[in-house]
Structures are given as C-alpha cells and as structure tokens.
Write a protein that binds this ligand. Structure first.
Ligand SMILES: *[C@@H]1O[C@H](CO)[C@@H](O)[C@H](O)[C@H]1NC(C)=O
Ligand SMILES: *[C@@H]1O[C@H](CO)[C@@H](O)[C@H](O)[C@H]1NC(C)=O
Ligand SMILES: *[C@@H]1O[C@H](CO)[C@@H](O)[C@H](O)[C@H]1NC(C)=O
Ligand SMILES: *[C@@H]1O[C@H](CO)[C@@H](O)[C@H](O)[C@H]1NC(C)=O
Ligand SMILES: *[C@@H]1O[C@H](CO)[C@@H](O)[C@H](O)[C@H]1NC(C)=O
Ligand SMILES: *[C@@H]1O[C@H](CO)[C@@H](O)[C@H](O)[C@H]1NC(C)=O
Ligand SMILES: *[C@@H]1O[C@H](CO)[C@@H](O)[C@H](O)[C@H]1NC(C)=O
Ligand SMILES: *[C@@H]1O[C@H](CO)[C@@H](O)[C@H](O)[C@H]1NC(C)=O
Ligand SMILES: *[C@@H]1O[C@H](CO)[C@@H](O)[C@H](O)[C@H]1NC(C)=O
Ligand SMILES: *[C@@H]1O[C@H](CO)[C@@H](O)[C@H](O)[C@H]1NC(C)=O
Ligand SMILES: *[C@@H]1O[C@H](CO)[C@@H](O)[C@H](O)[C@H]1NC(C)=O
Ligand SMILES: CC(=O)N[C@H]1CO[C@H](CO)[C@@H](O)[C@@H]1O
Length: 844
C-alpha cells in the first residue's frame, strides 16, 4: 500500500526545475470517461447497448489478455461466449502481419515518410488493413510515432516515420485512416517518449510541458484527430511514473486534452500494478499474464476483485469496455463490416498445433488455414519502394543508367540471404540484402527480390556485362570486379531494431552511425579504382557519409531505406529512370553523432534508476543543426530528381473571416455506468463445471477472496465520478476544434524546367519567431507531378495550431505576437521563396 501511495503522489509533485516551468503539471484524476462525439457517436451508441448487457466478469474479460501464447495472436483478450462474441485478436506490426505467411512485407514507415506522399501513406494503410482483416485480426499494432526519432541511433526509428512531428503527424493520420477504412482498428504507439531501446523498461524521461506539446505529443494529436481506435502506452517512465500508469500523459493529455475516445492498451508487460494502471487510464492489459497468485495477472480476477471492493469504480471499468467496443464498432463500416475468424497462429507454421500453447493441458486443433491475403499489393509495395528512394548525389550524369556496357554489383547487401529472406528469426542478422530492420516490427517476407537479381535481369535485357561479388571483407575481389566496369554499384547497410535481439553488439539501438559489415571500406576500395561508383544505402536512418559525398569517384548516392519485398525491382526502376526519384530525406545526415546535440544514453550513471532529461527541448534533427550552426552532409527534406524545377509567385491569403479562437470549457457529464453489477461473491467465481486451462488468465475472483474493501486505498480524486472541467485546449478529438481552422492559404507555382517528367515535393517551413523557437519548422508539403515545361500551382493550408506555441501557464495554444516568416523550397535548406507572414486574422 505504501508503494501505491508513492506512485500516486509522483506526478502532482513533479516540477521540472531545469526548464523553469512555473507550475507543477496538472494531476490527471479522475480518468476521463468517453462520451462519443465527433466521428464516434454511432459507434458509441452501439457500444453502450452491448456493454449494458454484460456482467462484471464479462466486462473484465474484454479488458484483459489471456496470456502470452495463450491463444493464436500475439495479444488475445477474453471473450463473451454467452453472446457469441469472440475474443479480440491483436497482432503486430507496423509494416505487415507478423508471425504468419502468405502476407506482404510492406516498406517500413521511414520509407513511406520519405515519399512525402499523403496518397501513398493512405494506400499503404488500406492494403495493410486488408491483410490484417483477412487473417481475422481486430487490431493492427501500428503505426508508430514513438520513437519520434530524438536520436538517430534509436533502434525503432525506422518503424515510425520521421523526427519531424508535422511529417510524422500526417503519416500517422493517413496510415490510420487507411487501416481503419478496411475494418481493422489501428494502434498509435508507443505512447510516449520511448525514444531509445537501452533501459527502455525503466528509463525515466524528464520532459517539460512545452516540448511535450510542440514535439512529441503533436503526431499523437493527429492520430487521435484521425479517429485512431487504440493507443499503446510504452515501457518507459515519464516524469517519474510508468507510461501505463501515468495520469498526466494518459488521463490529462490523451483522454482529456486530446479527447481520445478509443482505448489504451499496455505494451507487452508494461503494466506494473492493478490499481495504478486502472486509475491511471489503462483500458486493456497485454498480454495479460504476469502477476502473482492467485490470478497470475494484474487484471483479470484481480480487477474484478478491485471493482467489488470499490477500489476501481464501476464507471471506470465500464469506460474501459465502452472504449474498446466503440473502437471496434467504429471501424466496421462501408464494405468492411464483417469479422472473419482468426485463421492463423502466431506460434507455429504447421497446420495443427495446441490451441493454447502456453498451457501443457491444451487440446490440439487446426490453427493455420494459410489464407493468402497478399492480393495485388506487390504493385503498391514496388511503387512506394521506388518513390521512397532518396537521390542524394548524382554527378557526371551517372544516373539514370542507360544500357551500360558493363556493371559490377558489389556487396552482400545486394544479395539474396542464404536460406531465404526469413532465414534469421525477426530479421536478426545481415547475411544478404536488408529490406527491414529487426524485432517485433517485422513481418515474414513472402519473397524478397534482391537488387542483384533485379539488376542481373535488366543487364541481360540490355546486353550489359554483369559481374557480382560478395564478401565485404575481400576488398581485393571487390576492386578487381569494379576496376573495369562502366558502373560499379556498391550496396551497404546499417540496420537497427528492438532490444530483445542483439546484433553484432547492437542491442536494438545502433552503437554508431557508420556502416556495418565493412561497408565504408568497401565504398572506399571500389571508389579508389572506379570513377563511376554508385552507392546504394539500405539503412535504418542516417549514416556518416561526408567522405562519399566529397569523393570524386562516387558519382551517385541513393538511400533506399527498408523497402520491403520488392526491393530490387523498386531500386532498378529508379536506377534506370522508369521512376524519376522523388523521395526526400525524412531526417538530417550529420557528419558525426555529436552533431545531433541530443544523445542516446547508452550507460546510465545509475543503472538501477536510469533517468534522462530531454533538455534539448524541441531542438532535434534539423532544428538543432540550424540552431548550433552545424552544417550536415544533407539536410532534412533533401533529394534530387532527374529533372529540375523552378518556383515562382508565392502568394498568401489570410482567411479574415475565420472564427475566433475559443478556449473549450464547461463541464463533462458525470461518469455514466452501463448495467448493474451483481456484487455477490457467487456471481463472480468460476461456474461449476467450467474446466480452466492453467495458466490461462480468467476474469473470475478466487472463491477465498475477501471482496469487501477497503476502497480508501484509491485516491479520492481517482474514484470521483462527478462532472469534470473540460480543458481549454480540449473538447474534440485531437484537441480544440478551432486549432484546425485554416488561417492562411499559401500558394506557389512550380515548373518542370528539365527534359523529363518528374515529381517535385515542395515544402513549406514557418518561422514562428523568437530564440526559443527553431529558425523554421515544416508546416506543409505536397507532390507536384509535372511533364517537361508544365507548371502547376500548389497550395498549403496553415492552421491555427501550425502558427501557435504552447503556453504552459494558460495550458493552451497561442499565436504569439512575434514577426513570422514562411519559406518554400525543396528542403529545409534549399529555400526558393520566402515572405513575411501577415498577422493572423484580427479575430484570431
Ligand atoms: C472469458 O474468456 C474466456 C476465453 O475466451 C472464456 O473461456 C470464458 O468463458 C470467458 N468468461 C466469461 C465470464 O465469459
Ligand atoms: C464497396 O464495394 C463496391 C464493389 O466492389 C465498390 O463499388 C464500392 O466503391 C465500395 N465502397 C466503398 C465505400 O469502398
Ligand atoms: C515460420 O517460418 C518462418 C520462415 O518462413 C520462420 O522465420 C519462423 O520462425 C517460423 N515460425 C515458427 C513459429 O516456427
Ligand atoms: C503443467 O504445467 C503446470 C504449471 O502450469 C505444472 O504444475 C504441471 O506440472 C505441468 N504438467 C505437466 C504434465 O507437465
Ligand atoms: C552473385 O555471385 C554469387 C557468388 O558468386 C552467386 O552465387 C550468385 O548467384 C550471384 N548472383 C547473381 C544475381 O548473379
Ligand atoms: C574492360 O572492359 C572492356 C569492355 O567492357 C573489355 O573489352 C576489356 O577486355 C576489359 N578489360 C579487362 C582487363 O577486364
Ligand atoms: C559500428 O557498428 C557496426 C555494427 O556493429 C560495426 O560493424 C562497425 O564496425 C562499427 N563502427 C565503428 C567505427 O566502430
Ligand atoms: C578514381 O578512380 C581512378 C581510376 O579510374 C583512380 O585512378 C583514382 O585514384 C581514383 N580517385 C580517388 C580519389 O580515389
Ligand atoms: C485580410 O486582411 C488583411 C490584413 O490582415 C488585408 O490585407 C486583406 O486585404 C484582407 N483580405 C480580405 C479578403 O479581406
Ligand atoms: C501565457 O499565458 C499567461 C497566462 O494567461 C500570460 O500571462 C503569458 O503572457 C502567456 N505567455 C506568453 C509568452 O504569451
Ligand atoms: C528571402 O528572399 C529574398 C529575395 O526575395 C532573399 O534575398 C533572401 O535571402 C531570402 N531569405 C531567406 C532566408 O531565404
Ligand atoms: C478467409 C478464410 O479462409 N477464413 C477462415 C479463417 O479461419 C476460420 C477458422 O478458424 C475459417 O472459418 C474461415 O473461413
């Protein structure tokens, strides 16, 4: 009990001295109850009806996982057999269905970010959603906005999108809308500040309120506004409390300020207490097991007991289930109302196996039906693979290739992996070409077209003499192959992943920003003998490449990221000019790791209680390089094309009639309850004749449980179901609806001034003004496909939020009275046009 009180007192007591915040963060009790609203009303009404008909143990069943490997999916809840409602199936991950077959391996998040294409982001979400639905999955565990990418070595950055919160926010929203349009609930994860793998299970991240809002919370706000059905709280602590029992981040920010109406699930094992998590806003415990006797779980029977004792009020339990059911009903619309049965097992590739592998008492049955869900998705995978290639250098007209006389393809990263693309479980090796990182964010490849295969095929068509060497440490062989080739293409990699796999000493996070497997030496060796050396990078993020940029014999450099199953075909499309490169770097390429400012904490001074203050504030990636006046190798947003573009006529329209900003206010209704609970002990113990499977997690209380209080162990504020104030920046999903009013429309005219068709990615940056703001921040982008000589006007919408800062005192967004500028160009640095931004509409 002492421990419990300690936990509850942590948050209200926090004051971040280093950032000068003058008020302690608002406490987050009680946990806000869902109330429907914008986009949720119909789902909410259906959920109310369903939840009202459930008993206490049935409700608890839907909130608690049955245990790791208890059922067929990586996460499965209990079910409601009385009403014929099967258990929820939750499955990784952000780039495709994990742990099965006959599925696609899509390009990683970081690649779709590099396309800067809302259309491709959306379509990728739709096709992933179709695959999850086809396997009978209810919840896809993605997309990822945490890590955001505070540090470039972050092991899971590639699962997400970009260290820029605006780009990540757009990618989150489009991906979520895509997935959910196909009848599958998306999950915005890992909430929040899970920025590194080292110490992730206990690191305490100290953050100030303004940085939280302007950087890390931003893309989650977009996810909530897009209607995301679920959010996964992360492993780490934030300002002293674990993310899955953190009333500031979950209750106050997510459920109150952002008015999130869906449910919060724990990362696997990220729940630490029964009451702390329930009152701190958790709605679903995953995978459910992991607690002492008698329940073997922190929820399940333990939650039922806490409700019977009054330590968790009925309204809080009802709210958990309402949120879960509303998310489910919300996505079942249009052509996607059906709910196929689960027809795969995450735990075996065989047709039959134990139905409940965690138990030695399980019966055996058919667990894999091998349903093929790939559809025609290879086409989009190839398109994204090609359109995410970032051309970083292209000199002496090295690219596109045009029937070269000879070609040497050099490096293990061009090759098929011996034993097949899935030879290493969860991609925990680099023996051939790398097309995704490692860890739980992976999927099995149905096949993987290696670059060597695709290029050899092209060479045969063109009568190009093709040579191919493997063995990155045999530099003599590489030089011999390269020395006489008209083009020497060197493939190199640097991978990253999740910390349950350590690869070449890298425990998830990359230990450094250099290439793996002797890659830098390989490039140098080839470039020392071949004046047309083309470098292809399959990396998890930036690597140090200044030497290659400067090397006169390195004529071209392309970042291909983690492109998924069509890797070689997509790359060949770009190398041969079938696709004119249009990818733009979603991160900045520093000349050294120190140049990034913020650093990953590899060794904590106190490893038992690792803690790190994000005192760089919002200054990460390009914002930091600029502030510190450090020139990187390539800036955020960079990328070349085979054609050229000109920019003209920057015009700004102020939307003078926009309604004024209005702080939200008033009170919520009091907490509703649905149905009455039978609180007699007999109603909540396992029924006679029910055969339990040990150690499966069940919702029933043990027959010996004393279920009569005391309720007083829970803080009064946490069990108070009376009407609560709405926060000024809140009131609607994603925050105050007025934040998304468009205040300005900014347009430019773009012309293709070259000889081939191509797509420009114009980018809008805004200077908010003042030393405490970055020089400028991304606030718009578009794609303009143009034939030679063709012009097009593109328009960017600037919302109120886009030109606001977070005021920690008023707890609201405000447009500060500082002179503002807008910049339009083809990267953070390559600005073509600029203007002062007129004052906002008088009413604003
Ligand atoms: C809870 O779910 C489990 C697993 O699906 C099921 O066996 C059990 O009957 C459910 N309990 C209730 C009370 O519905
Ligand atoms: C539903 O499917 C039909 C037939 O395939 C199609 O014409 C229609 O556009 C689809 N509707 C939606 C909302 O996707
Ligand atoms: C299933 O097969 C894939 C290779 O296709 C392998 O990576 C995976 O480990 C296998 N899973 C199990 C549970 O055996
Ligand atoms: C089955 O597992 C239980 C623990 O869940 C253990 O006590 C029991 O000995 C096991 N039985 C067999 C036959 O392995
Ligand atoms: C590349 O070279 C290796 C080793 O000589 C060979 O096994 C492989 O078939 C070659 N790959 C291609 C695509 O030619
Ligand atoms: C170099 O390449 C040319 C044409 O591609 C060929 O004629 C010549 O024999 C090659 N020389 C060596 C040393 O391989
Ligand atoms: C960086 O890490 C990779 C992967 O472990 C390793 O191959 C490389 O040698 C390291 N670079 C340096 C400079 O230590
Ligand atoms: C570039 O390649 C040529 C061979 O064509 C070689 O002689 C020269 O030394 C190389 N330049 C550098 C800087 O390595
Ligand atoms: C909007 O207001 C600005 C001044 O803020 C003014 O210059 C402009 O003419 C107004 N536009 C319209 C359409 O009223
Ligand atoms: C923030 O809000 C407080 C209280 O409303 C106000 O006094 C202060 O001036 C605001 N700060 C800025 C920078 O506008
Ligand atoms: C803004 O544009 C003007 C020309 O209109 C140019 O002189 C100036 O350097 C530009 N400023 C920036 C920061 O790009
Ligand atoms: C599409 C399809 O084949 N779905 C099957 C999934 O598996 C269940 C059994 O678990 C079948 O009933 C479905 O037909």
């Amino acid at each position: 009990m002492t421990a419990l009180f300690g936990l509850f007192l942590v948050i209200p007591a926090v004051v971040i001295a280093s950032t000068g915040a003058d008020t302690p963060f608002a406490p987050g009790f009680p946990s806000p109850w869902a109330s429907g609203g914008s986009g949720w009303d119909e789902a909410y009404e259906k959920a109310k009806k369903f939840v009202s008909s459930l008993t206490l143990v049935e409700k608890v069943n839907l909130t608690t996982g049955t245990g790791w490997e208890a059922d067929r999916c990586v996460g499965s809840t209990g079910s409601v057999p009385r009403l014929g409602f099967r258990a929820f199936c939750l499955e990784d991950g952000p780039l495709g269905v994990r742990y099965t077959d006959h599925n696609s391996a899509f390009p990683a998040g970081i690649n779709v970010a590099a396309t800067f294409s809302r259309d491709l982001m959306r379509r990728r979400g739709e096709e992933m959603g179709e695959e999850f639905l086809g396997k009978g999955i209810d919840v896809q565990l993605g997309p990822v906005a945490g890590p955001l990418g505070r540090v470039p070595e972050g092991g899971r950055n590639w699962e997400g999108f970009s260290p820029d919160p605006y780009l990540t926010g757009v990618a989150m929203a489009e991906t979520i809308k895509g997935i959910q349009s196909r009848g599958v609930v998306a999950c915005a994860k890992h909430y929040i500040l899970n920025e590194q793998e080292h110490y992730r299970n206990r690191i305490d991240v100290r953050i100030d309120d303004r940085t939280m809002h302007e950087l890390y919370l931003w893309p989650f706000a977009d996810a909530v506004r897009a209607g995301v059905g679920s959010v996964m709280c992360s492993y780490n602590k934030i300002n002293g409390a674990f993310a899955c029992e953190n009333e500031w981040t979950t209750n106050y920010l997510l459920k109150n300020e952002l008015s999130f109406q869906g449910f919060v699930m724990s990362d696997w094992g990220a729940q630490h207490t029964t009451l702390g998590s329930a009152l701190g806003g958790l709605d679903m415990a995953m995978p459910g097991d992991g607690g002492g006797p008698p329940y073997g779980a922190l929820w399940g029977g333990a939650l039922t007991e806490a409700v019977l004792k009054g330590q968790v009020p009925q309204w809080r339990l009802d709210d958990m289930v309402i949120r879960i059911m509303a998310a489910f009903y919300k996505v079942k619309s249009g052509n996607y109302t059906s709910r196929p049965d689960v027809n795969f097992s995450a735990w075996t590739n065989k047709t039959t196996g134990p139905l409940h592998p965690l138990s030695n008492q399980s019966s055996i049955g058919v667990v894999n039906e091998f349903v093929n869900v790939q559809g025609d998705h290879a086409a989009l995978i190839r398109e994204i693979g090609a359109k995410s290639v970032v051309l970083l250098k292209n000199e002496k007209a090295a690219l596109p290739l045009n029937k070269p006389q000879s070609m040497a393809v050099i490096g293990n990263d061009a090759q098929d992996t011996p034993g097949g693309p899935n030879a290493c479980p969860e991609r925990g090796c680099i023996k051939g070409t790398v097309a995704m990182g490692y860890g739980s964010g992976t999927a099995e490849f149905p096949y993987l077209v290696s670059p060597a295969t695709a290029l050899e095929l092209q060479a045969a068509t063109d009568n190009t003499v093709f040579t191919n060497t493997t063995g990155n440490w045999n530099l003599a062989a590489a030089k011999a192959a390269a020395s006489n080739a008209s083009a020497a293409i060197v493939f190199v990699t640097a991978t990253a992943g999740e910390n349950f796999i350590t690869l070449d000493g890298n425990a998830g996070d990359r230990n450094n920003l250099t290439l793996w497997d002797n890659g830098d030496e390989l490039i140098r060796a080839v470039a020392s003998v071949n004046p047309n050396t083309i470098v292809v990078l399959h990396t998890a993020g930036p690597v140090i490449l200044e030497y290659a940029k400067q090397h006169p014999n390195v004529t071209a450099i392309l970042w291909a990221g983690f492109p998924g199953q069509e890797s070689g075909n997509a790359l060949a499309d770009v190398l041969y000019g079938r696709v004119n490169p249009q990818g733009r770097s979603p991160f900045t390429w520093g000349k050294s790791v120190k140049d990034y400012g913020a650093q990953l904490m590899f060794t904590a001074p106190n490893p038992a209680l690792p803690s790190q203050t994000f005192d760089e504030g919002v200054f990460i990636d390009y914002r930091y390089f600029d502030k510190a006046a450090i020139a990187p190798t390539w800036w955020f947003g960079s990328g070349l094309s085979y054609t050229t573009f000109s920019y003209a006529r920057l015009e700004i329209v102020v939307h003078n009639t926009t309604n004024p900003y209005q702080a939200a206010g008033g009170l919520t209704p009091p907490a509703p309850t649905y149905g009455t609970l039978d609180r007699t002990a007999g109603a909540n113990v396992v029924p006679d004749g029910f055969r339990k499977i040990s150690p499966y997690v069940y919702p029933w209380v043990s027959s010996s449980a004393n279920v009569s209080g005391p309720a007083s162990v829970s803080p009064t504020a946490a069990i108070n179901g009376s009407a609560q104030p709405v926060l000024p920046a809140g009131g609607a999903p994603g925050g105050n609806a007025r934040l998304f009013d468009v205040l300005y429309t900014i347009s430019v005219s773009i012309t293709n001034t070259g000889k081939v068709a191509g797509t420009e990615i114009p980018q809008l940056y805004v200077q908010l003004g003042g030393e405490d703001n970055p020089f400028s921040v991304l606030r718009g982008f578009d794609e303009a496909a143009l034939e030679p000589g063709q012009s097009k006007t593109v328009a960017f919408s600037l919302t109120r939020r886009d030109v606001s800062n977070w005021n920690t005192t008023s707890q609201n967004w405000e447009i500060w009275d500082r002179e503002k500028f807008v910049f339009v160009g083809s990267s953070f640095e390559a600005i073509r046009l600029n203007s002062t931004l007129p004052p906002p509409p008088a009413s604003a």
